[in-house]
Design a protein around this ligand. Structure first.
Ligand code: NAD
Length: 298
């Protein structure tokens, strides 16, 4: 397929690489041209604006930080809608607000442009390995058309329902992932302070009912190594928890614990850890408990 791809950052870049490797022809754009150097070396074409990433392509993807960035790239000057025509397909891979993507869907529909949401999960390692979960919302017939491209970036590509359904699944997932990170930090600092070696504690829990991927995949690559290079930035994690609590308010759902998790992320942001990996949030608990959760390199 001929594909426009906007936002070649930590996630977008490896996803775009896998699309090129699968034989798709890419036109790429990012605010930072250097973020696409490797893709241009692989044969992708560079364009200077989102608008220019649309004509002649069967689908345009975005992988951008936050809802406001997606709105700017779609609706702004030299944005996607300026380059779109009747029949264009635009798919947002970012973790976006369901409300925002539904609004973009409505605006797009008025111009004959199909807007879909397809947020992804699996982190930068999953993006590099093309093993992402891809959660798709929007027109099912369009989903069938673009599935070959989505199969190049993920191993679990799921049609979730009408527009916004992918974003809802992703936000619920990330709320759990971030919440689990906060609770894990409490449990692990407790166990270590009370006298058990971290490696043993983590191994036992990983093979017991408290296990989760945050413990078995994320912490070993980041927190346990003291590696806070993103990864998945704390600012993006804070954004995702806030998307969940905002959605809770919108739908009148009680979210007592989620608001505590939100405030923990606010505190991490206030400390200036926004650009660091989201495992940095656990450092707040480490400080309070007087315990560092680090494992020697194997
Ligand atoms: P990132 O900040 O590394 O990449 C975003 C890219 O978008 C950057 O290269 C930036 O220059 C570009 N960009 C920003 N505004 C732009 C604009 N107006 N025009 C063109 N380019 C612009 O972020 P990321 O970690 O790749 O995350 C992207 C999205 O994927 C986010 O919504 C995030 O929540 C989600 N996500 C991230 C991960 C992860 O592990 N990093 C995992 C799953 C989902």
């Amino acid at each position: 397929m001929k594909i426009g791809f906007i936002g070649t950052g930590n996630m977008g870049n490896p996803m775009a690489v896998n699309l090129v490797k699968a034989g798709h022809q890419l036109t790429v754009h990012d605010l930072r041209r250097e973020a696409a150097t490797n893709l241009l070396e692989m044969g992708a074409q560079w364009v200077d604006s989102p608008k220019e990433a649309v004509p002649g392509n069967e689908v345009v993807f975005t992988s951008l930080p936050a809802p406001r960035d997606v709105e700017a790239v779609v609706l702004g000057e030299s944005g996607i809608l300026e380059g779109a025509a009747d029949g264009s397909i635009y798919v947002d891979l970012s973790t976006n607000s369901p409300t925002v993507i539904r609004r973009l869907h409505e605006i797009g529909a008025a111009r004959g442009v199909t807007v879909m949401d397809a947020p992804v999960s699996g982190g930068v390692y999953g993006a590099a390995a093309a093993t992402l979960a891809v959660m798709v919302g929007g027109d099912e017939a369009v989903f069938d058309r673009i599935k070959p491209a989505l199969d190049a970036i993920g191993s679990h590509v799921v049609y979730c329902g009408p527009i916004g359904s992918g974003a809802i699944c992703k936000i619920c997932n990330n709320l759990l992932s971030m919440g689990t990170g906060v609770l894990l930090a409490e449990a692990l600092t407790l166990g270590v302070k009370a006298g058990v070696d971290l490696a043993i504690l983590a191994d036992v829990i990983a093979n017991s009912s408290g296990s989760c991927r945050r413990l078995t995949e994320k912490f070993p690559r980041f927190l346990f190594k003291g590696n806070f290079e993103p990864g998945f930035a704390t600012a993006l994690a804070a954004k995702d928890v806030r998307l969940a609590t905002d959605l809770g308010r919108e739908y009148g759902i009680p979210m007592d614990l989620s608001n505590l998790i939100d405030q923990r992320h606010v505190e991490a942001m206030y400390r200036g850890w926004g650009p660091e990996d989201s495992d940095a949030v656990a450092r707040l608990q480490e400080e309070k408990a007087g315990v560092q959760l680090r494992l020697p390199e194997a």
